[in-house]
Design a protein around this ligand. Structure first.
Ligand SMILES: [Zn+2]
Length: 257
């Protein structure tokens, strides 16, 4: 017998239950709506707070982590809004006078999915290898995907890049600046660890300035130069020519061919 015939019968026999059921369903829908509203309003609230109050970070959790590159101390930091925007992946950091440091921005597409469109995964791996080799150093890992525009907008930018825009043009077409990142968290974490001068692993002049502004002295810069491939070449050339990244060794190697 079809269910549409049975339902009026249940309604007739147990009107009180049906009413209670309706109320419960109504409450559940209202509660779900409120949760969705809270979820969507959270980032905006966080942004408003972070604009008005200075960034505060506290060490939330820490444990040794064995990896394919060796053992590291993994430290998770939370800000005043309880968001986990920064990690420290370190090895015997207290031993070095000016430790080798990479300040690295999260790249889900490169680091998790193995995307060939950028050099992030290779740069992270090279830094972790170098820290193991030196026996001391750290990666400060900042969760600012897509130069700060977030994963969804980064994928929108990739769609525009597939239609011919370069990485900067795509950001601008979406209404974003070329680079929204801040390196303030890295400065706070390093200083909290007693690290005030570093050997910085970067090609990015903005990162050098950002860390200096955050009170960290750069005693030496070591470039990070993973190989070019057909998918990342245009992206890296744009970073070199339009964002001032020092990638000339990669392209000068290529020119004579
Ligand atoms: Zn990347």
């Amino acid at each position: 017998m079809p269910m549409s015939v049975q339902l009026p019968l249940i309604d007739e026999i147990k009107p009180a239950c049906y009413t209670l059921e309706s109320l419960l369903v109504g409450l559940a829908i209202r509660s779900a709506r409120m949760s969705i509203w809270k979820f969507w309003s959270l980032p905006r609230k966080s942004q408003e707070k972070s604009k008005t109050s200075p960034l505060q970070l506290r060490l939330y959790a820490e444990a040794m982590l064995p990896t394919v590159f060796g053992d590291f101390l993994l430290s998770v930091y939370r800000d005043q809004n309880d968001e986990e925007g920064a990690l420290l992946i370190s090895k015997d950091l207290e031993q070095g006078d000016s430790p080798f440091i990479r300040v690295h921005s999260e790249c889900y597409t490169g680091e998790v999915l193995g995307s060939l469109k950028c050099d992030c995964r290779d740069q992270l791996n090279l830094a972790l290898q170098e820290i193991q080799k030196r026996g001391c150093g750290a990666v400060v890992y900042l969760r600012q995907e897509g130069r700060g525009i977030g994963l969804g907008n980064k994928v929108r930018a990739y769609h525009l890049q597939n239609q011919g825009a370069n990485t900067i043009e795509a950001n601008h077409q979406l209404g974003f600046a070329s680079d929204l990142r801040s390196f303030e968290a890295a400065g706070i974490i390093l200083q909290a660890r007693g690290v005030h001068k570093i050997v910085l692993n970067t090609n990015n002049p903005d990162k050098i300035k950002g860390l200096q502004d955050a009170g960290i002295a750069i005693v030496e810069r070591i470039p990070s130069l993973p190989p070019l491939n057909p998918h990342n070449e245009d992206y890296l050339r744009t970073k070199m020519l339009e964002m001032g990244h020092d990638l000339s060794p990669l392209f000068s190697k290529k020119e004579p061919r």
